[in-house]
Design a protein. Structure first.
Length: 144
Protein backbone atom coordinates (compact mmCIF):
# COMPACT_ATOMS: atom_id res chain seq x y z
CA UNK A 1 0.00 0.00 0.00
CA UNK A 2 1.62 3.30 -1.08
CA UNK A 3 2.36 5.81 1.67
CA UNK A 4 0.33 8.61 0.08
CA UNK A 5 -2.82 6.68 -0.89
CA UNK A 6 -6.16 8.35 -0.32
CA UNK A 7 -7.35 8.70 3.26
CA UNK A 8 -10.09 6.27 4.34
CA UNK A 9 -12.71 8.07 6.48
CA UNK A 10 -13.90 4.73 7.85
CA UNK A 11 -10.74 3.95 9.83
CA UNK A 12 -11.17 3.43 13.57
CA UNK A 13 -9.45 6.68 14.57
CA UNK A 14 -11.65 8.75 12.22
CA UNK A 15 -14.67 7.09 13.83
CA UNK A 16 -13.34 7.95 17.30
CA UNK A 17 -12.84 11.60 16.27
CA UNK A 18 -16.43 11.75 14.96
CA UNK A 19 -17.75 10.16 18.16
CA UNK A 20 -18.94 7.03 16.36
CA UNK A 21 -16.70 4.80 18.49
CA UNK A 22 -15.85 5.21 22.17
CA UNK A 23 -12.40 5.85 23.55
CA UNK A 24 -10.72 6.30 26.91
CA UNK A 25 -9.90 9.97 26.43
CA UNK A 26 -6.88 11.53 28.08
CA UNK A 27 -6.71 14.89 26.30
CA UNK A 28 -8.45 16.79 23.53
CA UNK A 29 -8.21 20.23 21.97
CA UNK A 30 -9.19 21.67 18.58
CA UNK A 31 -6.26 19.96 16.81
CA UNK A 32 -5.44 16.70 18.61
CA UNK A 33 -6.97 13.86 20.57
CA UNK A 34 -5.24 11.46 22.95
CA UNK A 35 -6.67 8.24 24.35
CA UNK A 36 -5.56 4.89 25.70
CA UNK A 37 -4.84 1.97 23.40
CA UNK A 38 -7.38 -0.76 24.25
CA UNK A 39 -4.86 -3.39 23.10
CA UNK A 40 -1.85 -1.94 24.93
CA UNK A 41 1.75 -2.96 24.58
CA UNK A 42 2.16 -1.86 28.21
CA UNK A 43 -0.05 -0.47 30.98
CA UNK A 44 -0.76 3.19 30.19
CA UNK A 45 -0.06 2.90 26.43
CA UNK A 46 -1.49 6.12 24.98
CA UNK A 47 -2.11 7.28 21.43
CA UNK A 48 -2.04 10.86 20.14
CA UNK A 49 -3.72 11.67 16.83
CA UNK A 50 -4.29 14.81 14.78
CA UNK A 51 -7.94 15.56 14.13
CA UNK A 52 -7.17 16.45 10.51
CA UNK A 53 -7.35 13.46 8.17
CA UNK A 54 -3.96 12.09 7.14
CA UNK A 55 -2.79 8.53 6.56
CA UNK A 56 0.62 9.13 8.12
CA UNK A 57 3.20 11.78 9.00
CA UNK A 58 3.95 12.44 5.32
CA UNK A 59 0.41 13.79 4.86
CA UNK A 60 0.55 16.34 7.70
CA UNK A 61 1.74 19.92 7.42
CA UNK A 62 4.49 21.11 9.74
CA UNK A 63 2.13 23.12 11.99
CA UNK A 64 -0.02 20.03 12.61
CA UNK A 65 3.09 17.93 13.28
CA UNK A 66 4.12 20.53 15.85
CA UNK A 67 0.70 20.41 17.51
CA UNK A 68 0.76 16.61 17.64
CA UNK A 69 4.26 16.42 19.10
CA UNK A 70 3.51 19.21 21.57
CA UNK A 71 0.63 17.04 22.81
CA UNK A 72 2.91 13.97 22.78
CA UNK A 73 5.30 15.73 25.15
CA UNK A 74 2.45 16.90 27.39
CA UNK A 75 0.85 13.43 27.56
CA UNK A 76 4.25 11.79 28.11
CA UNK A 77 4.86 14.04 31.11
CA UNK A 78 1.40 13.15 32.47
CA UNK A 79 2.13 9.43 31.95
CA UNK A 80 5.43 9.84 33.77
CA UNK A 81 3.89 11.79 36.66
CA UNK A 82 0.91 9.47 37.08
CA UNK A 83 2.36 6.00 36.43
CA UNK A 84 6.07 6.44 37.28
CA UNK A 85 7.43 4.22 34.50
CA UNK A 86 11.13 3.46 34.30
CA UNK A 87 11.16 4.67 30.67
CA UNK A 88 8.85 5.74 27.85
CA UNK A 89 8.94 4.69 24.21
CA UNK A 90 7.56 7.24 21.75
CA UNK A 91 7.05 5.78 18.30
CA UNK A 92 5.37 6.76 15.05
CA UNK A 93 4.95 4.31 12.14
CA UNK A 94 4.39 5.22 8.48
CA UNK A 95 2.96 2.56 6.15
CA UNK A 96 2.21 -1.11 6.55
CA UNK A 97 5.83 -2.13 5.88
CA UNK A 98 6.79 -0.09 8.97
CA UNK A 99 4.09 -1.76 11.07
CA UNK A 100 1.30 0.82 10.79
CA UNK A 101 -2.06 -0.92 11.18
CA UNK A 102 -4.47 2.05 11.46
CA UNK A 103 -4.04 4.40 8.53
CA UNK A 104 -4.56 7.68 10.34
CA UNK A 105 -1.47 9.52 11.57
CA UNK A 106 -0.74 8.65 15.18
CA UNK A 107 1.98 8.50 17.80
CA UNK A 108 2.32 5.82 20.46
CA UNK A 109 3.42 6.67 24.01
CA UNK A 110 4.41 3.39 25.66
CA UNK A 111 5.46 3.36 29.31
CA UNK A 112 8.23 0.89 30.12
CA UNK A 113 8.64 -0.77 33.49
CA UNK A 114 11.61 -2.74 34.77
CA UNK A 115 10.64 -6.38 35.29
CA UNK A 116 7.72 -6.14 32.79
CA UNK A 117 7.83 -7.22 29.17
CA UNK A 118 6.68 -4.86 26.41
CA UNK A 119 4.41 -6.67 23.95
CA UNK A 120 5.55 -6.27 20.31
CA UNK A 121 3.41 -3.79 18.32
CA UNK A 122 2.18 -6.34 15.79
CA UNK A 123 1.77 -9.28 18.17
CA UNK A 124 -1.73 -10.26 19.23
CA UNK A 125 -2.48 -8.42 22.45
CA UNK A 126 -5.33 -8.94 24.90
CA UNK A 127 -7.93 -6.21 25.20
CA UNK A 128 -7.52 -4.41 28.52
CA UNK A 129 -10.41 -4.42 31.00
CA UNK A 130 -12.71 -1.40 30.42
CA UNK A 131 -12.81 -0.43 34.09
CA UNK A 132 -9.01 -0.45 34.26
CA UNK A 133 -8.80 1.63 31.06
CA UNK A 134 -11.21 4.18 32.51
CA UNK A 135 -9.25 4.45 35.75
CA UNK A 136 -5.92 4.77 33.90
CA UNK A 137 -7.25 7.46 31.53
CA UNK A 138 -8.53 9.54 34.46
CA UNK A 139 -5.29 9.05 36.39
CA UNK A 140 -3.16 10.24 33.45
CA UNK A 141 -5.53 13.12 32.60
CA UNK A 142 -5.37 14.32 36.21
CA UNK A 143 -1.67 15.11 35.74
CA UNK A 144 -2.14 17.36 32.69
Amino acid sequence: MPLLDDYNNDNVFAKIIRGEMPCYRIYEDESVLSFLDIFPQSEGHAIVIPKKPSRNLLGLNSKDIGRVFGAVQRISKAVNNSLSPDGIIITQLNGSAAGQTVFHSHVHIIPCYNERIIINHNDKKPKMDEEKLSILAKKIASKL
